[in-house]
Design a protein around this ligand. Structure first.
Ligand code: GLN
Length: 351
């Protein structure tokens, strides 16, 4: 278990140097949110949630991607990163798991940077499907065919929007963008990519269905390949929480201070997460937790508390919708106990 407070370290260093500390933190991030819970509260509630759920073994690893079936299902890690760059982590924090569908959020963010919200909305849309994340029936039935950027069909269409002279240039741009959101260089987990590329016929079928409806904007198989790579990017829980904290911090990475996403794009990304971040589990999630979040079949979930920070949990056992069971339970517990639920007036200070 580890708690780091960069601000204190900087202040102490400045005091030791005998400097006047007037605005010690301005270079590192924003001031603490006036309505965010205090760091001791965060630490104690997250630690309790970790202890309550650590021996829960419900759910099972994804197995339609062979690599994921053999990941140690007992791994369990939690990270919280605040918009003022306080970090709290517990459990398995070193393991790099594949980001999987959580990547969809950040490719959407990149598409918004490049095309702006109107054109992305026109080309992809933003309606829930009420069906599994990889449903071909949804592609046929939904009036937009693409549905939204967070189900596979809409995500592949979103990936196809990213500009570049060739597939490598597009892929490198996506990876560099994710790395900026995480505040450090991320890379592809080659074994995951190979395992998924050998078994992604369903996604290829979706891309060709989209072609039939003229709802894919580059070569279908090239787009699926880039999408498969983006899903195979490795992150540990802290990196994932930092990516979420960049969204919570209005697009500025709270660790590096770099602007990654235009502030005006943040509401579109968070609303897409609220509406479809946990697929056909999204309604129940909104009801119980009230936070924009995104899951991946690698076992990660990241939830965003706008203006306050983000929580990421990794645990590979999934429910039937493809969402990590333990991650959902931990985030629900934390959201309830720290008044994070956005639909609670207490979350913005009304007591
Ligand atoms: N790469 C996975 C797929 O395309 C992502 C799905 C997910 O994480 N829900 O099936």
């Amino acid at each position: 278990m580890m708690y780091r407070d960069l601000r204190n370290r900087v202040m102490v260093a400045a005091l030791i140097a005998g400097a006047m500390v007037t605005a010690p933190f301005s270079a590192l991030g924003q001031k603490a949110s006036p309505v965010a819970p205090r760091e001791e509260q965060v630490r104690s509630v997250v630690t309790r949630a970790y202890d309550v759920y650590k021996s829960d073994t419900s759910g099972k690893n994804a197995d339609y991607i062979p690599f994921l079936a053999q990941v140690d299902s007992s791994m369990f890690g939690v990270a919280v990163v605040s918009t003022d760059n306080k970090v709290f982590t517990t459990g398995e924090i070193k393991y790099s798991f594949s980001i999987q569908s959580i990547s969809k959020v950040f490719t959407l963010a990149l598409a918004l940077e490049e095309l702006g919200p109107d054109r992305v909305f026109q080309r992809v849309g933003s309606e829930p499907t009420g069906r599994a994340f990889n449903s071909p029936i949804a592609v046929v039935d939904m009036p937009s065919h693409t549905a939204n950027p967070l189900v596979n069909a809409g995500a592949i269409a979103t990936t196809s929007l990213i500009s570049g002279a060739n597939a490598d240039e597009k892929w490198n741009k996506i990876l560099a963008f994710y790395s900026k959101a995480a505040g450090e260089k991320l890379s592809l987990i080659d074994e995951v990519y190979k395992s998924e590329a050998a078994t992604n016929d369903g996604n290829k079928a979706l891309s060709y269905l989209l072609k039939k409806y003229e709802r894919i904007y580059a070569d279908p198989f090239e787009s699926v390949d880039i999408y498969t790579k983006q899903c195979s990017v490795g992150v540990n829980v802290e990196q994932l929480a930092r990516m979420g904290a960049t969204l919570a911090n209005n697009g500025v990475n709270p660790v590096t201070g770099e602007r990654v996403i235009k502030a005006e794009n943040i509401p579109y990304i968070l609303s897409a997460m609220m509406m479809a971040g946990l697929y056909d589990g999204s309604g129940g999630w909104a009801w119980k937790v009230g936070l924009p979040a995104k899951s991946g079949v690698g076992g990660g979930i990241v939830a965003v508390m706008p203006g306050k920070g983000a929580i990421a949990v990794f645990s590979p056992r999934l429910d039937d919708a493809g969402n990590s069971v333990k991650a959902q339970k931990v985030i629900e517990y934390v959201s309830k106990n720290l008044d994070y639920n956005l639909f609670t007036p207490g979350s913005v200070g009304l007591k």
